[in-house]
Design a protein around this ligand. Structure first.
Ligand SMILES: CC(C)(COP(=O)(O)OP(=O)(O)OC[C@H]1O[C@@H](n2cnc3c(N)ncnc32)[C@H](O)[C@@H]1OP(=O)(O)O)[C@@H](O)C(=O)NCCC(=O)NCCS
Length: 327
């Protein structure tokens, strides 16, 4: 039997609907009781396509006889390199290699998209056809969970199978630094990390973790707070507040431990410099402590030079103050 594989088209909906409805009414691959109507089928298909996943059909002599698609395994972004497959073949054309071809092509497409793992959540531990199909295409059995579902008046288990699509290196880190609300969830969580770290480092010297700035200082109209996100995850922060005419002070520089050594703080400093210039400042100053080895190195590498300590820091022999002329 010869068949062709191609991307799904909106005109395929009726055929997909008929195949799926058959399997809902007669099978245990889907745990729906009532077949969805064509409008719901369209909505689901559009959601898969809108998320960028492949959706394929197999055609025999102009008739759609099977389909497969990938979708997100779970919604949280940490699962973004893992997908789940779904595959359905018309009852009269099974065991002719349609599913094998659909799933093979689906894996190829998903690999090309940068997906790394494919999971098969087989909705019935007695679905020998699907289990054998996935096994034949290199999926490993992960678990066989019992009695999670109930259909046709019997308990149904789950067979979870996994296929590694790619073990290539992860994409290079993306870093984005944006002005943000210091009272927002990401800002607060980062500032909390900084507070705990300052307390651990200099609490014995009376450091209270607030670095002599309040949330109100950071929210003032002439202050700026930025959050750096690496691969979309809050990774670091920094702030700027006016010190005297033309001079701004860098405060609250922090990189979460998992993101250290990857240029986050350098990116935050660059963003703060841009903000300072836009606000007409020509000099940046900052204070750090003698135990903050990484911070001292960061500021020196970013072009800051040591100056005598200013303001209240002049009285603290463990303060280290720096300055950088902009422009
Ligand atoms: C599972 C399903 C998609 C397989 O479709 P198919 O087109 O008949 O499968 P293929 O002909 O491509 O079979 C490929 C391989 O899978 C295995 N396989 C498929 N059907 C099988 C069966 N009934 N018994 C044992 N092995 C089977 C075999 O290893 C087969 O290779 P082989 O024929 O060279 O031995 C189909 O039975 C179906 O639509 N079932 C209902 C929906 C469903 O359960 N979907 C999966 C949800 S997780």
């Amino acid at each position: 039997m010869t068949f062709v594989l191609r991307d799904v088209a909106p005109t395929d909906i009726d055929a997909l609907h008929a195949i799926y409805a058959y399997h809902v009414v007669h099978g245990t691959g889907s745990w729906e009781y009532e077949p969805p109507d064509a409008a719901e089928m369209t909505r689901r298909y559009e959601a898969v396509r809108a998320a960028g996943y492949p959706y394929l059909v197999a055609e025999v002599a102009g008739r759609v006889v099977g389909y497969s698609y990938a979708s997100a395994f779970r919604g949280r972004p940490g699962y973004r390199f893992t997908c789940e497959d779904s595959i359905y073949v018309a009852p009269d054309l099974q065991r002719r290699g349609v599913a094998r071809a659909l799933l093979t092509e689906l894996m190829t497409r998903c690999t090309a998209l940068g997906l790394r793992q494919m999971l098969a959540v087989i909705g019935d531990s007695e679905n020998t056809a699907s289990i054998a199909l996935h096994h034949a295409l290199g999926f490993a059995l992960l678990t066989d969970a019992r009695a999670l579902g109930w259909k046709f008046r019997r308990d149904l288990g789950w067979v979870l199978m996994q296929r590694t699509l790619a073990t290539t290196p992860f994409p290079p880190a993306s870093l984005e630094v944006r002005v943000d609300d210091p009272a927002g969830a990401a800002g607060q969580a980062l500032l909390w990390g900084l507070t705990l770290e300052l307390l651990a480092m200099d609490g014995d010297r009376g450091e209270d973790g607030r670095g002599a700035v309040t949330l109100g200082d950071l929210q003032a109209p002439d202050a700026v707070f930025v959050v750096a996100r690496m691969d979309g995850q809050p990774a670091g922060c920094g702030a700027l507040r006016p010190l005297e005419p033309g001079v701004a002070e860098v405060k609250r520089m922090y990189t979460a431990p998992w993101a250290r050594g990857k240029g986050v703080a350098a990116g935050v400093l660059t963003a703060l410099e841009t903000q300072a210039v836009a606000r007409g400042h020509t000099i940046l100053r900052l204070e750090t402590g003698d135990r903050q080895i990484a911070a001292n190195r960061l500021y020196e590498r970013a072009g800051f030079v040591r100056i005598p300590c200013y303001g209240a820091y002049a009285a603290r022999d463990w303060s280290r103050c720096y300055e950088k002329r902009l422009g």
